[in-house]
Design a protein around this ligand. Structure first.
Ligand code: GLN
Length: 452
C-alpha cells in the first residue's frame, strides 16, 4: 500500500512542469542561437532542480510541510532561488519534508510521508527526505535541502545520494523558513560529489540580506572536486562516532572507505572528541529553544491558516490558540513546549545555558581534532533506512539518528555525505560523512571525489 504520486515515492508536494519547461526552452534557444549569450550560459543552465519546501519561491506555494502554511505563497524568492534562476536552472517543484524540518524520517510532514525509493516500506530520512528521494529516484538530478542537525546528510546516507551542509554562513539563509537560526544551513543534494560542488558554487557566497553570511569570497569548490589526489592528507577517524551502536554493515562499509583512502595515499589517524557524547542533548535544547521563538510568528494573523474559535470572545489570543492548535502537528508542538520550557525564567541557566556551554566544548573538540587531521570521517548515520512507523511514537529513538551529524551544526563546520556502498544485512545504502574546518568546504569535495 503506497500513498501519493511518483510510483509511491511522494517526494514532491508541488510540481511546476510548465515553468520548468519554459526555462529549459529558453536555455535551448540561447544555445541554438550560439554566440556570446550561449557561451555565457552557466554549465548547469537547463538542469532542473527540486527545492525543499522550506525555501520560499515566487510562483509556487511554500508550506514547510505544515497545515499552518497550506496554500501560502511567498511574495519573494530566497537568495538561493534567485541564484538558481540567474543560472537558468529550471525549478521543477517543491519537495516534502518533516513539518518545519523537525524530524529524521519525513513522517512528520502534514501531507503524508515520502518513501525511500530503495524500499517503499522504508523512510527516506529527514527532514529533507523529499529532496533526497527525488534525486535517488532519478526524478531530479539536483535538489536543495536544509540541514539544522543533519537533514541534508542523514537523508543522503539512507538514500545513497550525496549531500552537503556548507560552513555556517557560507550559503545565504535568506528565504529559508527559520527553524533554529544558529544551526540552519541550505545545501546541495545530488548523485555525485562534482554535481554538489557545481551547485554549491551557484548558491554560495556572500549575501547582504543574511546578517550571518560570511564576507569572504567562495573558494573554487569545483576545482577542488577535480583535483583527484589526496596524497599526504591526514584523515581523522572520530573515535566516538563509530563502533558500538552502529549497525555492522555500516561499520563494514566505513572500514572499506578507510582502506580506499589509505590506498589513495591519505594518512589515517584517530582523533577523540569526548564532548560529542553531550552534543545530541545540547542540540535538543538549543534547537527547540530557537524554534519556539522562530515559530511564534505563525499567529493566525500574518501568514497562512486562520482558525476562529467556535464560540466565546474573538480575542487575538484565542484566534492564535485555535490556529496553532489546528495548524501545527504533534512534533512541532512537542518542540515548542520543550523550547519555551528550556527558556523560561528559572530554568534558563540549567537548560539553555548549559547547552550553550556544551556547544563551546564541542567546538573545542573540533579545534583539537583539526589540529591533528585535515578532514574527519565517520559513518553519517548509525543504521540504514528503518521501516516507516518504526520510530514514529518514540521521539528519543528518532532523535538518536542524528548522533553523528549534529556536532557539525553545533560548531558551524561543513559536512558532506556520500554513498559508501550497501550494507551486508539488508542491501540498503550506507553513508560516509566527511567533516572539515569552517570555511574549508573545498577539502570535503577534494576527498569526497576521490572516495566516491
Ligand atoms: N533530525 C533533526 C531534527 O529533527 C535534524 C533536523 C534538521 O536538520 N532540519 O531536529
Amino acid at each position: 500500500a503506497v500513498d501519493g504520486g511518483e510510483r509511491g515515492v511522494n517526494a514532491f508536494l508541488h510540481v511546476n512542469t510548465e515553468e520548468a519547461l519554459a526555462v529549459a526552452a529558453e536555455v535551448d534557444a540561447i544555445r541554438a542561437a550560439g554566440g556570446a549569450a550561449a557561451e555565457q550560459l552557466h554549465v548547469l543552465a537547463g538542469v532542473p532542480i527540486a527545492v525543499k519546501d522550506l525555501i520560499v519561491t515566487i510562483g509556487q506555494p511554500t508550506t514547510a510541510g505544515s497545515k499552518i502554511l497550506e496554500g501560502w505563497h511567498s511574495p519573494y524568492d530566497a537568495t538561493v532561488v534567485k541564484r538558481l534562476r540567474a543560472a537558468k536552472m529550471p525549478i521543477l517543484g517543491k519537495t516534502n519534508l518533516d513539518e518545519f524540518a523537525m524530524g529524521s524520517s519525513t513522517e512528520h510532514s502534514a501531507f503524508g510521508p515520502t518513501r525511500n525509493p530503495w524500499d517503499l516500506d522504508r523512510i527516506p530520512g529527514g527532514s529533507g527526505g523529499g529532496s533526497a528521494a527525488a534525486v535517488a529516484a532519478f526524478e531530479a538530478p539536483l535538489a536543495l535541502g536544509t540541514d539544522t542537525g543533519g537533514s541534508i546528510r542523514q537523508p543522503g546516507a539512507v538514500t545513497g545520494t550525496v549531500g552537503v551542509k556548507p560552513t555556517y554562513g557560507g550559503v545565504s539563509r535568506y528565504g529559508a523558513i527559520a527553524m533554529a537560526s544558529s544551526l540552519d544551513q541550505i545545501g546541495p543534494v545530488s548523485r555525485t560529489v562534482l554535481d554538489s560542488a557545481l551547485l554549491h558554487q551557484v548558491i554560495g557566497g556572500h549575501d547582504p540580506f543574511d546578517s550571518t553570511s560570511l564576507p569572504d569570497p567562495l573558494a573554487d569548490l569545483v576545482a577542488a572536486a577535480r583535483v583527484g589526489n589526496i596524497e599526504g592528507m591526514r584523515i581523522g577517524i572520530i573515535k566516538e562516532l563509530h563502533g558500538e551502536g552502529y549497525q555492522a554493515g555500516v561499520e563494514n562499509r566505513f572500514n572499506e572507505s578507510l582502506e580506499l583512502l589509505k590506498q589513495a595515499g591519505a594518512e589515517i589517524v584517530e582523533v577523540s572528541c569526548p564532548n560529542f557524547q553531550y552534543a545530541l542533548g545540547a542540540y535538543y535544547l538549543i534547537m527547540p529553544s530557537e524554534a519556539s521563538s522562530n515559530l511564534a510568528k505563525f499567529d493566525g494573523v500574518r501568514y497562512g491558516l486562520r482558525v476562529l474559535p467556535e464560540d466565546g470572545p474573538m480575542t487575538i489570543e484565542r484566534v492564535m490558540g485555535a490556529t496553532r492548535a489546528a495548524g501545527f502537528g504533534a512534533e512541532v508542538k512537542r518542540r515548542i513546549i520543550l523550547g519555551t520550557y528550556a527558556l523560561s525564567a528559572g530554568y534558563y541557566d540549567a537548560y539553555y545555558g548549559s547547552a550553550q556551554k556544551v556547544r563551546t566544548l564541542v567546538q573545542r573538540d573540533f579545534e583539537a581534532a583539526f589540529a591533528q587531521a585535515d578532514v574527519l570521517i565517520s559513518p553519517t548515520a548509525p543504521t540504514t533506512a528503518f521501516k516507516l512507523g518504526e520510530k514514529l511514537n518514540d521521539p528519543l529513538a528518532m532523535y538518536l539518528n542524528d548522533v553523528a551529524t549534529i556536532p557539525a551544526n553545533l560548531a558551524g563546520v561543513p559536512g558532506l555525505t556520500l554513498p559508501g556502498g550497501l550494507a551486508d544485512e539488508d542491501g540498503l545504502p550506507v553513508g560516509i560523512q566527511l567533516l572539515a574546518p569552517a570555511r574549508e568546504d573545498a577539502r570535503l569535495y577534494r576527498v569526497g571525489a576521490v572516495l566516491e
